[in-house]
Design a protein around this ligand. Structure first.
Ligand SMILES: *[C@@H]1O[C@H](CO)[C@@H](O)[C@H](O)[C@H]1NC(C)=O
Ligand SMILES: *[C@@H]1O[C@H](CO)[C@@H](O)[C@H](O)[C@H]1NC(C)=O
Ligand SMILES: *[C@@H]1O[C@H](CO)[C@@H](O)[C@H](O)[C@H]1NC(C)=O
Ligand SMILES: *[C@@H]1O[C@H](CO)[C@@H](O)[C@H](O)[C@H]1NC(C)=O
Ligand SMILES: *[C@@H]1O[C@H](CO)[C@@H](O)[C@H](O)[C@H]1NC(C)=O
Length: 195
């Protein structure tokens, strides 16, 4: 049945499918990352200005920042937080399958700015007491996530106590993720065949 269907695809359809699949696989999962990317660029300009290596995106730091931003979402800006350690956010780290033993030196910096006005968000990280973290060479990895008026930055040092290594469950989750891709790809194929 499957072979028959494949054989009957016209070359143009096949090409179309490959293009759709390529776009699907290459495109970022969300398109609303504009504010995060803007902030990351600003922070890395700051790093350049103080002669430090650029922050590099860390997948697990990003995941943790997302979870923490989700938790802050409903809080008013007046609840503005100070920095905390990632180990103070066990729910976020467990949702991201991060080994708790690798979180104690990672830092969480939450900022609340109405409407996340980009310049205000940036200066809140670079011109307040948070700037000492931006100006710290021991932090190399970064995760940035926003939710409502909140922007959360998670900084990870390049040390075992902050490496944000995945815990034992990560492989299972990775396989579930792959399964999703396969199902979606097959769905794409079916949709192409129906054309
Ligand atoms: C945040 O922590 C810094 C020291 O790390 C302290 O100087 C500052 O007063 C604290 N701010 C608030 C709002 O708690
Ligand atoms: C963490 O998760 C537990 C169980 O899901 C929940 O009861 C608790 O309120 C959460 N803690 C925070 C700080 O969100
Ligand atoms: C974390 O550290 C504790 C004690 O240092 C150890 O017992 C535990 O096995 C460690 N957990 C992982 C997932 O490595
Ligand atoms: C960030 O900036 C806003 C004003 O734009 C201010 O209200 C807030 O307290 C600042 N600091 C933090 C940590 O959010
Ligand atoms: C960054 O830190 C260095 C010392 O480590 C200090 O000399 C410099 O003034 C700091 N720059 C900023 C912008 O905080």
């Amino acid at each position: 049945m499957y072979k028959l269907a494949m054989a009957s695809i016209k070359p143009s359809h096949h090409f179309f499918f490959v293009v759709v699949l390529a776009i699907f696989l290459l495109s970022p999962p969300v398109l609303s990352d504009v504010e995060e990317d803007h902030l990351l660029q600003g922070l890395n300009s700051f790093r350049t200005s103080v002669n430090l290596p650029l922050f590099s995106k860390n997948k697990n730091a990003h995941c943790a920042a997302e979870q923490i931003a989700d938790d802050l979402e409903d809080q008013p800006c007046s609840n503005s937080n100070n920095e905390t350690r990632l180990s103070d956010h066990p729910n976020a780290t467990s949702k991201c399958d991060i080994d708790p033993n690798t979180t104690s030196d990672a830092i969480v910096l939450p900022v609340c700015v109405p409407d996340l006005v980009p310049t205000l968000v940036l200066t809140n990280f670079t011109r307040t007491h948070f700037s000492k973290y931006m100006n710290d060479s021991s932090f190399t990895g970064i995760g940035v996530s926003s939710q409502d008026d909140w922007m959360v930055v998670v900084l990870a040092p390049n040390t075992p106590s902050g490496s944000l290594a995945n815990g034992a469950w990560s492989w299972v989750h990775a396989k579930v993720g792959l399964g999703h891709y396969l199902v979606l790809s097959l769905l794409g194929l079916v949709l192409c065949l129906m054309q």
